[in-house]
Design a protein around this ligand. Structure first.
Ligand code: FE
Ligand code: FE
Ligand code: ZN
Length: 276
């Protein structure tokens, strides 16, 4: 049994999100911890979180994969903006303590001209600070397509951040569209890509997947998601992923251009690709 789900709206609270997930056959899901393009977060509701945790347990859900706001750039040049991004991260991880044991995925950031090394140092410093209180959450660096000055397009960059933070609470979420777009050819070489990931980062750090097909051809660094089977990765790639011994136990989150009925169909399609 795979853990497959999609992005859901957090607007109506955690308990409602779990019920929505169940209504479309999902047994994991992702949600934005705050407005994805802003910084506003919902008021906290401990009873709602506790009710959601109980439903997750009873429903046999895999780990959830929360997503940090796109606007949170931990390695931006401006000191004040960077400090604000770090305070958002700290607050998000504190809030995740209401849902113990789940994952928090985010985009490492864009260095906007200062260089990859300086960017990596800033990201690692923010993570050390945010993880210091010991909240029960594992943070996941998302593999990026390498657009502009985005950090995280190369496995080596993720490894450098992980080494600089020095915590077991840092893992990786591999986005299939981003990795293919970033120049790792998993259509023809899934095992080769995973071997490279294992050599550079270590497969034990791989905690979750974003399942997206790609609108663009291999290595185009554009980051445009397509529905499963409609892009250049194709259904065979996803069949290999849901059956792969190193991947099939991980939570898999769809970020395809869909509403709920489309997600429901894709979840069904993906479960149907399992050999056993
Ligand atoms: Fe993302
Ligand atoms: Fe993603
Ligand atoms: Zn993307």
């Amino acid at each position: 049994m795979n853990y497959i789900g999609c992005h859901l709206s957090a607007a109506d609270g955690f308990e409602n999100m779990v019920r929505t997930a169940q209504s479309i056959g999902a047994n994991t899901f992702a949600f934005f911890t705050r407005n994805p393009r802003g910084s506003k977060a919902k008021a906290e509701d401990a009873a709602d979180a506790a009710a959601a945790m109980e439903l997750l347990r009873r429903g046999g859900f895999g780990p959830l994969v929360a997503h940090g706001a796109y606007t949170m750039n931990l390695c931006t040049k401006d000191d004040d903006a960077r400090a604000f991004a770090c305070s958002v991260l700290c607050d998000d991880l504190r809030r995740m303590a209401a849902l113990p044991g789940q994952y928090y995925n985010f985009h490492p950031g864009s260095h906007v001209g200062q260089g990859t090394e300086a960017g990596i140092d800033y990201i690692a410093a923010a993570l050390r600070k945010a993880l210091a209180p010991g909240y029960p959450v594992t943070v996941l660096l998302e593999t990026m397509a390498g657009k502009g000055s985005e950090i995280g397009g190369r496995f080596e960059e993720l490894r450098s951040i992980i080494d600089a933070v020095g915590s077991e609470q840092v893992g990786v979420c591999l986005d299939t569209c981003h990795v293919y777009d970033g120049g790792y050819d998993r259509v023809h070489e899934l095992d080769g890509v995973l071997a490279e990931f294992d050599r550079i980062v270590g497969l034990h750090r791989l905690k979750a997947l974003h399942l997206n097909d790609s609108r663009n051809p291999f290595s185009s660094h554009k980051d445009r998601h397509a529905c499963i089977g409609d892009g250049s990765l194709g259904v065979d790639t996803f069949r290999a992923i849901v059956n792969h011994p190193a991947l099939r136990t991980l939570p898999m989150i769809l970020e395809t251009p869909n509403e709920l009925p489309g997600y429901q169909r894709e979840i069904e399609l993906l479960h149907g690709l399992r050999f056993s």
